[in-house]
Structures are given as structure tokens and as C-alpha cells.
Design a protein around this ligand. Sequence first.
Ligand code: ADP
Ligand code: MG
Length: 398
Amino acid sequence: MSTSTSSSAGSRSFADVFDTDVVGRWAAPGRVNLIGEHTDYNDGFVFPMAIDRATTITVGRRGDRLLRVASTFEEGVHEASLDDLDPGEMDGWSAYVFGIAWALGRRLPSVEGLDDATASLDAAFGLDIFVESTVPVGAGLSSSAAIECAVAVCLADLWQLDVTRPFLASVGQLAENDAVGAPTGIMDQSASLLGRADAAVFLDCRSLDAEVIDLGFDAASLELLVIDTHVAHAHATGGYKARRASCEKGAALMGVPALRDVSVDDLPRAAEVMDDETFRRVRHIVTENQRVLDTVRTLRTSGPAAIGPLLDASHVSMRDDFEISVPELDLAVSTAQATGAVGARMTGGGFGGSAIALVPTEARDAVASAVAAAFADAGYAAPTIFAVHAADGARRLD
Ligand code: ADP
Ligand code: MG
């Protein structure tokens, strides 16, 4: 259901839309993937960090079993009953909120050690939820995980569900897969829930083991620039499917369950048993997994500036072997590298989206200006460029 309100969506607040008393606010960050691209569905490694851009929800307790949600996104209020949550009926942005409630209900019975009352949503009460965000949508920073994780920690807190953050990440993934209909992995939610200031989340996508690794960017006066090219390619979905298919073919030809099980030392044999295109796709995944491991090791042994060459090599691999870059991303990366970045790469699924550049703070503005100028010279639309910092994961604010 949707009803209009008179105030314009962008400037409205909880009190403009709802008349329940506010019981609290929760926030969850977006994320940026430092390294480890297309490795998730190959059972490999990723290394994302939560960022200092977040979705905040303000929440009121209702006396009934309705969830009512509104946002600065658009006018209107959407509502759903906790007794009648159907992922097939959810659409638009409210699916991210209702989807979490539905996915919690689906997953709770599988949690060991919960008593009957908390192993279902039977005792849950309705809520009014107002959503605001500083995570730009569609820039590769996972505004979707930010909204999911803010809602997930809020519902777990208010409904007193004794569950872990990895469990909530799996709830977020289920909501995104089944209620929103996006076939994504668990990286984004893991980063948003487990992230920590000046640290990144080393996630093993096979075991789902996660370890928070200090970055030391602050002490080294390094910052991460996000360069959003605003390029959105129509064939991104087709390209993603084709890359997944190549990876599955490569794993089958190597006789392993997933490319995670192929090492750099196995690559000469891989080159013999598959066509050149499949081999290059495989080589990207195999070397990218190794680069994630090398990045974590390098951070521990040599400090953050030493990871620059790994970021650069990741970009070359995505450009030449996996073939998911576009000229705008290549220009962003090469310009940043030439003007003071210690390393740069495209980030995200590819065929558009954002690049990241690890830059010394004193070079930040010069790199940003140089990239903007290079885009203007090339006749490309102006990119949006901003610094992000590794931040704490989802939490209750008050
Ligand atoms: P992203 O790369 O930013 O995660 P997605 O397409 O996965 O892009 O998710 C973006 C979607 O998430 C939006 O189209 C919207 O449905 C939802 N969303 C994100 N932020 C908000 C918000 N502040 N209010 C309402 N919906 C939001
Ligand atoms: Mg998303």
C-alpha cells in the first residue's frame, strides 16, 4: 500500500510521516571492496571495508503487527503485516526492509539454542521505520546492504533475537536474493555488519570465516578516493552471467568444485586443458585470490603503502584477462596512478561503476583534479570523486 504525503520526500523526517514515539535509531554503512573481484562466487576471498557513508533508520514502536516504512527517497508510505510477508509480493525500495523481516522469519527456526518464543516472529511487534542515507545509490558502494543491515540490527535488537552478525549477514543476503531478486553474494552485508574503523574484513567466501584486519591508513596518512564514472552499461547483467559461466566451465575442466581450488602453480596445466578465453578468465580469478591473500599478508608485514602494486595488478587482470573494465575506468585508474596514487583499480562488478585510488592525503586533491581534467579532455561525463574512510559496522546510535 502506498499513500502520498504533502511534504516533499527529500526534506521530510520521521515526525512528518509517523505519529508513534521514536524508540531508537540504527545506522549501517555502505562498503567498498579493496580487492578480490568476482572471487566471491568462485568460493574465494574478498577484502571489503565499511565506509563512512551510512543509512540511518529512525524507528517507532507500534501497537499492532504492521511494518510501515518511509524514506527521503520518494513520497509515500509502504506497509506490510508481519502475519502476511510474501517475498514474491515485495517490490521497489521497501522490499529491502520487508525482505529482512521475512528473511528473519525464514531463518530463525534454524538457529540453535533459541527458545520457541524467539525462534519465530510470533512475538514480534510492528514498527514505523524512516530511512535516510548518505550512501549514493548505484555507485558501487552498496546502498542496498546499508539499508538491509540497518534494518537487520534494529529488528534483532528490538525483537530481542539473540543472533550473531554473520547470521544477520545471511539474512540480508536471503532478502536481497529472494525479496529483491538480485543474485548477490554475502560480501556486502558482511562488510556492513563486521567492518571497523581503519580496518577491512577478510572474508573467506567458502567457509564464511571473517577476520577484521587493520589497514593502518590513518597512521600512514593514506585515504581512499572513490571515482564514480557514472557509466552504467546495459550489458552488465549479461556480462556477469557470461563470466560466471566461464568460471564454472574452467573449474569443470580442471576437475575441481570451484576455482578457489586452483592455485597459481596450476595455471600452466590450465592453459593446456582449456581455450584461451576461458583460460584468461580462470587466470584472473586464480591470481586475484592470491592477491587478496598477498594484500592481507603485506598489510601485516610491510604496511599499507606496500599494497599499491597489488591494487594495480588487480586492475590489469580485470582489464585484460577478465575483460570487465571500460575506457572511463581505465582512464580514472591510469590518471590516478600517474598523479600520485600508490595504487588504483576498478572496483565492483565491472562494465562501469567506480574506481578506487589509494592516495597520500597531501596528494588527494591533486589526484582528484587530474582525473576530473582527464575526463573532460576525453569528452567523458564528469565523474563524482570523494574520499572514503574505513568505518565501524552497523550499530545502534541512540
Ligand atoms: P547499490 O550498488 O547502491 O547497492 P543497488 O541497486 O543494489 O545499488 O541498490 C540500490 C537500491 O537500494 C535503490 O534502488 C533502492 O531501492 C534501495 N535504497 C538504497 N538507499 C535507499 C534509501 N535511502 N531509501 C530507500 N531505498 C534505498
Ligand atoms: Mg547493491
